[in-house]
Design a protein around this ligand. Structure first.
Ligand SMILES: CC(C)(COP(=O)(O)OP(=O)(O)OC[C@H]1O[C@@H](n2cnc3c(N)ncnc32)[C@H](O)[C@@H]1OP(=O)(O)O)[C@@H](O)C(=O)NCCC(=O)NCCS
Length: 193
């Protein structure tokens, strides 16, 4: 079980596993923060009709329990090799730059590692994601199923050299792949004081 403590000056928030009843608030947050164009992204082709990987949909809540952040990971394949696609990651504007995004990322990565996954791929700004270990080099051989700026396709190996020699088209894995039997109720919390 991963557990961690984040200290914030002004804001209290908690990171926990997404619940079924969070769906409406999550979609509203994503619309507000990312705009309607979010549904046209190439990553969306890999997510459409899929459920997030077991145990890897996290939300951030404020002190009143309101949903202020979201991150989800999805099972994908390159050839026969399973890996994860991360996204979208979004934080309510009013809670920006208080470490909420980082807390979501760190717990997601920790839980993916703990669950035995080999690598995470995402499309995003290296300037933000490099602090979590993502870079373009490990994903250099991969192709998204749609237009993407190459330098924004980033990878993080959770197991040594997991992406070495991986080339080809990223496709959605179905049924959802989970290397270990991740228990959704095995909740990890990050508490902010
Ligand atoms: C990107 C995002 C998730 C960051 O959330 P956050 O809670 O503000 O992030 P943190 O507080 O952990 O980190 C803030 C730091 O990241 C930096 N940062 C944020 N977005 C960045 C970007 N695109 N490139 C480089 N740095 C970035 C901030 O400048 C800040 O830097 P500082 O620590 O030196 O002040 C949030 O701004 C957001 O929801 N953006 C809109 C949606 C989006 O772009 N999502 C990512 C692509 S899927």
């Amino acid at each position: 079980m991963i557990s961690d403590l984040v200290v914030c000056d002004e804001t209290s928030f908690v990171i926990e596993q997404e619940a079924e009843q969070d769906a409406c608030a999550r979609e509203a947050l994503l619309d507000r923060v990312m705009g309607p164009g979010r549904r046209r992204k190439s990553s969306e082709r890999l997510r459409r009709g899929q459920l997030p990987t077991a145990g890897l949909a996290l939300v951030a809540r404020d002190a009143a329990g309101g949903l202020i952040g979201s991150v989800r990971l999805w099972s994908i394949l390159v050839g026969c090799k399973p890996m994860l696609l991360l996204g979208p990651l979004a934080v309510e504007v009013a809670f920006g730059r208080k470490g909420v995004g980082s807390a979501l990322m760190r717990l997601a990565i920790a839980r993916a590692t703990e669950s035995g996954h080999g690598a995470i791929i995402l499309v995003g700004d290296a300037g933000y994601y490099q602090r979590f270990g993502f870079s373009a080099a490990p994903a250099a051989g991969l192709m998204m199923p749609g237009p993407v700026e190459r330098h924004r396709l980033l990878g993080l190996e959770l197991q040594p050299d997991y992406l070495a020699g991986s080339t080809g088209l990223i496709v959605a894995a179905a049924p959802p792949y989970s290397p270990n039997d991740v228990k959704p109720d095995a909740l990890s919390l990050i508490r902010a004081a």
